[in-house]
Design a protein around this ligand. Structure first.
Ligand SMILES: C[S@@+](CC[C@H](N)C(=O)[O-])C[C@H]1O[C@@H](n2cnc3c(N)ncnc32)[C@H](O)[C@@H]1O
Length: 255
């Protein structure tokens, strides 16, 4: 757990962001574009996603916790806010992610599940002493997840190539699956292929770092899915049986 505070939390005003946008219009354009892409790729209303984005920004306690923890994290998960919005908008009950590290993505899913008042997150990660872990010796996977958000969390320690099939076997379905573990072509494809048959109709399939090779595109092509991306995060939904995804998807169908 991150307890120590090494620097004061940084709060950026809207004016600060607008000024930054004027200073670097390409940055501002990319920032706006990723939100419209997220709405388009998921069939979720842009206004609803924006509302949840504002909700996340307004969660001061959560942001102060993040700021304290980020001091000790040497990597980033750039689509955390998008993950939060997707979980808030689709109200998924069963969520699985392969990876944890410090827990940036986990904590965003968990705070969204907490706000939804339902759902569980299963996370699979290697122990931090194992080759492939990007935690230095000491902290446990998910160290930044506060106690108050752990009730909806099951952390499974081990290799996804063994644990994922075991975890999926008894589950009737999965509403959201996120790959962010070993990004080799083989492991990414292995995880996506294992998760996909259990994914509910309309379920969200996400994969980070899809720019590294063609596993995401090959997988999507094989299953007739749109190989959509928001930045480097692959984002797609399993079509409803007998239908292509509607432009706007009813969130109730995922409950
Ligand atoms: C990029 S980090 C995940 C970052 C995390 N999403 C976050 O937001 O903080 C990749 C993680 O995948 C884990 N990993 C790598 N290979 C794995 C495997 N075969 N099975 C399970 N976890 C694995 C590593 O231990 C590491 O913690």
């Amino acid at each position: 757990m991150c307890i120590q505070q090494h620097r004061r939390p940084r709060r950026r005003s809207l004016t600060h962001k607008l000024l930054r946008g004027l200073a670097d219009p390409r940055d501002a354009w990319n920032y706006l574009r990723r939100w419209t892409q997220l709405a388009r790729h998921t069939g979720l209303p842009y206004a609803e996603l924006s509302r949840y984005r504002r909700e996340l920004r307004a969660n001061r306690e959560f942001h102060e916790h993040l700021e304290r923890c980020l001091v000790d994290i040497e990597y980033s998960f750039s689509c955390s806010a998008e993950l939060y919005e997707l979980v808030r908008a689709t109200k998924p009950r069963i969520n699985i992610e392969t990876e944890v590290a410090a827990g940036l993505s986990s904590v965003h899913v968990l705070v969204a599940l907490d706000a939804n008042g339902m759902g569980m997150l299963h996370s699979i990660d290697l122990p931090n002493v194992q080759h492939g872990s990007n935690l230095r010796a000491g902290p446990a996977p998910g160290w930044m997840v506060p106690d108050g958000l752990r009730q909806r969390w099951h952390l499974h320690i081990g290799d996804s190539r063994t644990l994922l099939a075991e975890l999926l076997r008894p589950l009737h379905h999965v509403d959201l699956f996120l790959h962010d573990s070993d990004h080799s072509y083989e492991t990414m494809l292995f995880e996506l292929e294992h998760a996909f048959p259990k994914l509910a109709d309309g379920g969200l399939l996400l994969s980070d770092d899809t720019q590294l090779h063609t596993a995401w595109d090959d997988f999507c092509a094989k299953h007739g899915l749109r190989p959509a991306r928001v930045f480097h995060l692959g984002v797609t939904r399993k079509p409803f049986a007998g239908a292509s995804l509607p432009a706007t998807t009813c969130t109730a169908s995922l409950n």
